[in-house]
Design a protein around this ligand. Structure first.
Ligand code: ATP
Ligand code: MG
Length: 727
């Protein structure tokens, strides 16, 4: 009886409605990008609430980010027409974990005021333990062990569970012992790390069936978004809460898309999708096939690209959103990243004034999605020059990053020896044994004499106020700054900058760092040096950065979003810019080196995520030259360009670029003419690649009532069986 259906159900298609209204029993929604998975979850919660099936506090809903949780809550309120009182259990796995743990901390040996350690704290603590064991912490770096612990925790493994081989791999076979010692130490400190936010609740539930039972009664409905990126520990946690004794209903609903699994490097297990049907027998699996987000061109391009991956579940996608005015996905070439930023800036300003049909666009509807955070710098600089508002989403702005701030502090202090803030920032970074005591002494010395701290340091090393060791260290620092200051006038400033970071040990600090972020930080440092090139002097550069940093980051401002592809998951924009589609950058060399074929497939999923963020316009860019390690290098267009279908993609502005910039040597040749790199990748031009395509089974394009339809070979016979690591 459709006439009496509530408004929020009226707009759903039949499959979506089924996913929303099947409230009893397990439901898995497996569907491509933009098919309304998140909308289904939101509507489902609204439905539960407005039919009085549960109170807000009886719904457990997991989102991938805190921002997504806030948005979901706002949408629910809109759907049910009024503020939702509480939804205390709507959040990320981690935020829900903290909440559980605060309530039951005593059961895992903590008091409710426990602290959550950040990575730095964790590493410091592990280092102490390694040293206490009498081990050489250079040979057995604490960072590396912190990484191992994190991996174990993502897999749900406590010290007793880790495989013998893993234990042997570190500290002469003391891996397990150290892990146990670490856990004990945390307990003594009344602290836990991020992994514990999941592991502790898991253990608590396992050891206290009565408490678990309470939560079974409390959580009448459980919902999970972005299910494809759950790791093993999250899955164990979920299964404990969602699996009910025989005869009880398991009202769990997970939505996800295997093609958007992009956190494998952080332990996500796409196989959790396959486990679901096994662990929740009788689960209703619902597929959504209609995409509401993107034009046929964008969807067609994305679907065709992702069809190059092998390990996929079956899926069909189509859209009704086709309009003769829709533009194809545009591929643009630029000479280098500076020109790329300039061209994208122009395109944005053009859209802001009015597009080809005279429509003005808000900056809020546009996003630039980069593969690596160092790419942001060029855009931020350009937009500041243009006076174009932008915001960096899901991370700090380029110049706000830790490593950039550190490096800048060195440069500031060289140019401006009285900059005490800069001094304090770097005096013990990297670690030189000049800790709080030294800083306090210098502070006092400087204040009394009313001189800068660097000057105080130069004085104090001539006295016997300090112990020999820190005094020697301080002496070295003072000498270094004197030397760099002496070079300021006559050495090219980029060279000097590089020298400063090398000689201070700052670059080495990150080179020796075994954490997952370290390589990205080194990339950012290189980008920093690169960016100084267009300035006359180090001082000129510092002034520029001060201006960039002054630019507003106001939430309410109409602004272009800049973010990484990883943090763009789940979002959508009218216009999306995808710069840097070059081999080595995208797909990223590191993924290829570390994970081979699997790494490439994850990169491809990332490209799929990028393309499918766009509603109406998608612009891909690649440059012919990037500067790497201070040297210009010709780049090869990303293989992903070769994997885009000609029917939905066109090369934009190539001719214009070709003749227009007077730098010659690129343009059409990148794709179609002789190219020094042509033989180093299998498909020299994406147009030719199209013609050569032989793999018709995975690449089966058809038309169903005028819609683009993609079918994947083994779709009909159901998912391929894959071995699942047992727990
Ligand atoms: P992703 O995989 O990227 O997370 P998703 O499957 O979660 O995508 P949603 O973000 O829920 O998709 O929906 C995509 C867009 O389509 C949203 O703007 C949403 O409002 C719209 N949409 C979804 N279902 C419908 C519908 N039945 N009618 C109209 N618009 C819809
Ligand atoms: Mg979504």
């Amino acid at each position: 009886d459709n006439s009496r259906r509530p408004d929020y159900l009226a707009g759903l298609n039949p499959e979506q409605a089924e996913a929303v209204e099947t409230l009893d029993g397990p439901v898995l929604v497996l569907a491509g990008a933009g098919t309304g998975k998140t909308r289904v979850l939101t509507t489902r919660i609204a439905h539960i609430l407005s039919t009085n099936r549960a109170f807000p506090s009886q719904i457990l809903a997991v989102t991938f980010t805190n921002k997504a949780a806030r948005e979901m809550k706002e949408r629910i309120a809109l759907l049910v027409g009024g503020a939702v009182e509480g939804m205390p259990w709507l959040g990320t796995f981690h935020s829900i974990g903290v909440k559980l743990l605060r309530r039951h901390s005593e059961l895992v040996g903590l008091s409710s005021s426990f602290t959550i350690l950040d990575t730095d704290d964790v590493v410091r603590l592990i280092k102490q333990l390694i040293q206490a064991e009498g081990l050489d912490d250079k040979r057995w770096p604490a960072k590396q062990f912190a990484g191992m612990i994190d991996t174990w925790k993502n897999k749900g493994l406590g010290p007793a569970d880790i495989p013998e081989g893993d234990s042997r791999a570190f500290a002469n076979g003391k891996g397990r012992e150290l892990y146990a010692a670490y856990q004990n130490r945390l307990k003594t400190l009344n602290a836990c790390d991020f992994g514990d936010l999941l592991l502790h609740p898991i253990n608590m539930f396992r050891q206290n069936p009565d408490i678990l039972k309470d939560y079974h009664q409390r959580f009448r409905y459980i919902l999970v978004d972005e299910y494809q990126d759950t790791n093993t520990a999250q899955y164990m946690w979920l299964r404990l809460l969602a699996q009910r004794p025989k005869g009880e209903l398991q009202n769990v609903c997970c939505v996800g898309d295997d093609d958007q699994s992009i956190y494998g490097w952080r332990g996500a297990e796409v196989d959790n999708i396959l486990r679901f049907e096994k662990d929740f027998p009788g689960a209703k699996v619902i597929k959504l096939e209609r995409n509401y987000r993107s034009t046929e061109h964008i969807l067609g391009a994305a679907a065709h690209l992702i069809a190059h991956n092998e390990g996929r579940l079956g899926k069909t996608l189509f859209t009704d959103r086709s309009d003769p005015n829709d533009i194809k996905v545009q591929v643009h070439a630029s000479w280098d990243s500076e020109e790329e930023a300039r061209a994208i800036g122009e395109e944005i300003e053009q859209l802001q004034r009015s597009d080809s049909s005279g429509v003005r666009h808000n900056l809020n509807d546009m996003a630039i999605l980069v593969r690596a955070s160092f790419q942001m710098r060029e855009f931020e600089d350009r937009f500041v020059t243009l006076g174009l508002n932008y915001r960096v989403v899901g991370g700090p702005r380029f110049y706000e990053r830790l490593e950039i701030r550190d490096a800048m502090a060195y440069f500031r202090l060289v140019c401006q020896p009285a900059d005490d803030l800069a001094f304090e920032r770097i005096i013990n970074t990297p670690k030189r044994g000049l800790g709080d005591t030294t800083v306090r002494a210098l502070h006092d010395y400087a204040r009394v004499r009313d001189i800068p701290m660097l000057a105080a340091a130069a004085d104090i090393i001539e006295t016997d106020e300090m112990k020999p060791k820190p005094r020697k260290a301080l002496f070295d620092v003072v000498q270094s700054f004197r030397r760099w200051q002496g070079l300021l006038e006559n050495t090219p400033h980029t060279e000097l900058a590089e020298q400063i970071l090398e000689e201070s040990g700052y670059t080495d600090m990150w080179k020796n760092d075994k954490s997952a972020e370290a390589p990205g930080r080194l990339e950012n440092l290189k980008e920093l040096i690169r960016s100084m090139d267009s300035f006359e002097s180090m001082r000129g550069f510092l002034e520029h950065v001060a201006l960039v940093m002054d630019a507003e980051q106001n939430e309410d401002l109409d602004a272009v979003s800049i973010m990484t592809l990883h943090s763009a998951k789940g979002l959508e924009f009218d216009t999306v810019f995808l710069p840097g589609w070059e081999e080595g950058l995208f797909p990223h060399q590191r993924s290829l080196d570390e994970s081979g074929r699997a790494g490439l497939e994850e990169e491809r999923r990332l490209a799929y995520v990028g393309l499918t963020r766009a509603k109406r316009r998608c612009h891909i860019w690649f440059v012919s030259n990037r500067r790497i390690h201070g040297l210009w290098q010709s780049t090869i267009p990303s293989r992903f360009l070769d994997e885009l279908p000609e029917t939905h993609v066109e090369v934009a502005e190539m001719e214009q670029s070709y003749g227009g910039y007077g730098r010659g040597g690129y343009g059409q040749s990148r794709f179609d003419k002789a190219d020094p790199f042509a033989n180093s990748y299998s498909t020299p031009g994406w147009k030719r690649a199209q013609a050569n395509k032989t793999d018709a089974t995975r690449d089966n394009w058809g038309s169903r009532s005028g819609h683009a339809v993609e079918r994947i070979g083994y779709g009909e016979s159901g998912p391929k069986t894959r071995t699942i690591d047992g727990e």
